[in-house]
Structure formats: structure tokens, C-alpha cells
Ligand binder design. Structure first.
Ligand code: COA
Length: 373
């Protein structure tokens, strides 16, 4: 059988970022304005006033200090409270495809791969820009890749599901080189007027090149094993779609944007993921002590601390379970790939690690890797 490996990764980071301080200032200004506009109803007791958000709460509850975004001016304007991303004509590359291409170019360059030798493109992300044509086909066209491409959405687990799909293509011989990209403009689906979640997400794009071992560069990652799991839950949900028309234009659209029961997610997903990792280790005849590093999904620092400690039987050091939440926030499917991309150069040949994602669905995916050279 042909052995699939990870040849290289790529990362594209927006140039603009919003700190917690800036985000909270705009939220609080919006809340004050809303309260002034609804003063009579608040006075009559028919509506609850909006409460201020708080920088200390955000950092303590999530570990997030800042987030990169494709548009800052709209997000921090209390009269707008969403990113200002102009629609582009069909003749121009879509913004989601553009950022995926940026990350893909880095992965291809790092692998020394000519796009002509790539056979398939998977665009695996939570927040697709449109129904069709598939984003993957537009990305394929922009890069000059022949073969085929398609989109897949498994929310925050899209990247690990994409890696297993790419690896299966390589194993079966239907493709020898698969480019898997995760463009995530999460700020587009975030309700910046919801105090419970306005701080959660950021924007980014990542890319992973999955290839047959015999064509991969010497510096690659063996894939020791992958596993995917889904279990239905309404606790993280987004009802946007053409059958569910968007709420009236403007601030306050609710269920067509990101909605979650954060506490329930925390309580239910932590044990599910820890159990999955422990069982996968057993199946692969590995021990937790063999893992030099875990690149966990980047949603919440406390969640990661708990999962890592359940797996290791002790607290993980920042070196064993690195975070990018402080600067990137939650970037959905891209989070664990950013962590892997940024924190893997120091790994030695033979070092093993785990890329792990989890999120809406619920969905969870594990990819166990070993540095080849
Ligand atoms: N500023 C200040 N206070 C806030 C606040 C804000 N922005 N948002 C919520 N609070 C308050 C709440 O009103 C609540 O107050 P109360 O105790 O008086 O009722 C208190 O803080 C605790 O709120 P809660 O929602 O229970 O916070 P939490 O500790 O669970 O943290 C999350 C919230 C979202 C950070 C956390 O639940 C989480 O990360 N869950 C998992 C999320 C996840 O992984 N989602 C996947 C997305 S893909």
C-alpha cells in the first residue's frame, strides 16, 4: 500500500488585529448606545439592559488576548459591529479562495512542489463563502492545479477530517499529492453584539500538503494513524443557509450567526476528546509519554489544559501543548494546524506528536505524526 505523509504546511495571517481592549471598548459603546435607545423599555422593565463586556473575563475564561481579522474598522465601529468585507464581482477571485491560495503557496514552496504535480484540492472549512462553484475548484484554478477539488465542512474539525480524506486518497491511489486548505473568515459569522461570544473568533488560512511518501521531501511527517468521530449536538449551531434566510439586515441577527451553549460544550467535549485520544494511543500501541507535543484545537485554553492533563495524567507544559489562542483566538478548523505549523520546527527525527481538533457537530479528529528527518 502507498504510505501517505505530510510534506509541508502553510499559514497566512491577516495584517490587522483587534485586542481585547479594543473589542470590549466597541462592545461597551454599542451596549451604551443600545441602552439609551431602549431607555423607556428598560425603565418599564420590558427589556433587560445590555451589560458591559470585560477584558479580564475574556482572558481568564478563554486565554484569548487578541485576534487577527480581515477587516478591523467595521468590527470596532459601534455603529457597524461586523467586518466590512465588500462583495467582489464574479470575475475577481473570492476573498476566501485568495487567503487559501496564500497559505497554499507557502506549503507548496516549503515542499518544493510544482502545482502541476498536485492531483487534488480539498477546501475544508467551517465558513464557506458560497454554495457553488466549490471554493476548492476556484483555488485549484488560481494555483494552476489539474485534477479535482471539492469543499468539505466539518466545522472546527474540518482540517483533521481533510487530512484523513487526503491520506485515504493517497492510500487508495486516487491521488498522490493532495492540497488541503482551511480558509477561515470566522469574523463573518460572529455576532459582535453577543457578550457571551463576541470575543471568540479570528480569521486565518492554513494549508497542509498530504502526499505519497516516495514523492515527499526528506523533511516530512509520517502519519502514524488518524481517527474521526462525530456525535450530534445542538450546542454549537449556525442556521445560516438559503433555506433559512438571514434575519433582517443589521445588528442583532442571531441564529444565522454563531450560537453556542459554551458551558455544555466545555463539559461534554472535554471527556469525549480525552477518551478518544487515550483509546487511539492504545490502538496505535503508543503511550502518552511518547508524545513529544500535542497541537490541540484552539478554542479555549482551559479546555486544552484539561484534555492534556487527562491524557498525560499531569499538567502539560506550554512546550508540550502550545497555544496560539492568545494572538489568533479560535480560528475554527485552522487552529490546530497553526499550532502545528508554528511549533514543530524544533522537533527531532523520530519525535511523535498529535494534531487534534474538536468542535461543532460534535466532531473530533486525531492525526498522530512522527518527524521523519
Ligand atoms: N464579559 C464579562 N462577563 C461575561 C462575558 C463577557 N464578555 N460573557 C459572559 N460573562 C459572564 C456571564 O454572564 C456569567 O455571569 P453570571 O455567572 O453572573 O451568570 C459568567 O460570566 C460566566 O459565564 P459563562 O458563559 O458560564 O462563562 P464560561 O466560564 O463558561 O466561559 C466560554 C465562556 C465560551 C469561554 C467557555 O464556556 C468556552 O470556551 N466553552 C467552550 C467553547 C468552545 O469550545 N466552543 C467551540 C466553538 S467552535
Amino acid at each position: 500500500m502507498i504510505t501517505p505523509v505530510i510534506s509541508a504546511t502553510g499559514l497566512w495571517t491577516p495584517s490587522e488585529s483587534v485586542s481585547n481592549e479594543e473589542l470590549v471598548a466597541s462592545f461597551n459603546a454599542w451596549a451604551d448606545k443600545w441602552n439609551a435607545e431602549h431607555a423607556a423599555d428598560i425603565e418599564a422593565g420590558t427589556v433587560e439592559p445590555k451589560t458591559h463586556s470585560n477584558v479580564e473575563f475574556i482572558e481568564k475564561a478563554s486565554g484569548i488576548k487578541s485576534r487577527y481579522v480581515v477587516n478591523k474598522s467595521g468590527i470596532v465601529d459601534p455603529n457597524v459591529m461586523r467586518p466590512d468585507i465588500p462583495e467582489r464581482p464574479n470575475e475577481q477571485i473570492s476573498i476566501l479562495a485568495e487567503i487559501a491560495v496564500n497559505a497554499a503557496k507557502m506549503a507548496l514552496e516549503r515542499a518544493g512542489r510544482d502545482p502541476k504535480d498536485v492531483d487534488a484540492v480539498l477546501c475544508a472549512a467551517s465558513n464557506m463563502q458560497r454554495g457553488y462553484p466549490a471554493m476548492a475548484v476556484e483555488i485549484q484554478d488560481a494555483l494552476g492545479i489539474e485534477g479535482f477539488g471539492f469543499d468539505m465542512n466539518v466545522a472546527c474539525s474540518s482540517a483533521t477530517f481533510g487530512i484523513q480524506t487526503g491520506a485515504d486518497f493517497v492510500r487508495s491511489g486516487s491521488a498522490r499529492s493532495v492540497l488541503m486548505v482551511n480558509p477561515e473568515i470566522c469574523s463573518g459569522h460572529l455576532n459582535f453584539t453577543d457578550r457571551d461570544s463576541h470575543f471568540i473568533f479570528g480569521d486565518v488560512a492554513t494549508a497542509v500538503l498530504i502526499e505519497a511518501e516516495d514523492m515527499a521531501p526528506a523533511k516530512h511527517w509520517k502519519i502514524l494513524g488518524t481517527n474521526l468521530k462525530t456525535q450530534f449536538s445542538n450546542n454549537i449551531r449556525n442556521n445560516f443557509g438559503f433555506l433559512n434566510r438571514c434575519a433582517p439586515e443589521g445588528i442583532g441577527a442571531t441564529d444565522k450567526l454563531f450560537v453556542q451553549e459554551g458551558r455544555k460544550v466545555f463539559k461534554e467535549v472535554v471527556p469525549m476528546v480525552a477518551k478518544m485520544i487515550i483509546e487511539d494511543l492504545e490502538r496505535l500501541e503508543l503511550e502518552a509519554a511518547h508524545l513529544r507535543r500535542m497541537w490541540l484545537h484552539q478554542a479555549n485554553a482551559n479546555m486544552n489544559r484539561l484534555i492534556a492533563s487527562k491524557v498525560l495524567g499531569r499538567e502539560a507544559t506550554p512546550d508540550e501543548s502550545p497555544t496560539v489562542l492568545d494572538t489568533y483566538a479560535n480560528t475554527s478548523s485552522a487552529g490546530s494546524i497553526i499550532a502545528f505549523h508554528k511549533h514543530s520546527d524544533d522537533m527531532a527525527s523520530g519525535d511523535k506528536g498529535l494534531i487534534c481538533s474538536f468542535g461543532a457537530g460534535y466532531s473530533a479528529g486525531t492525526v498522530f505524526v512522527e518527524k521523519a528527518a
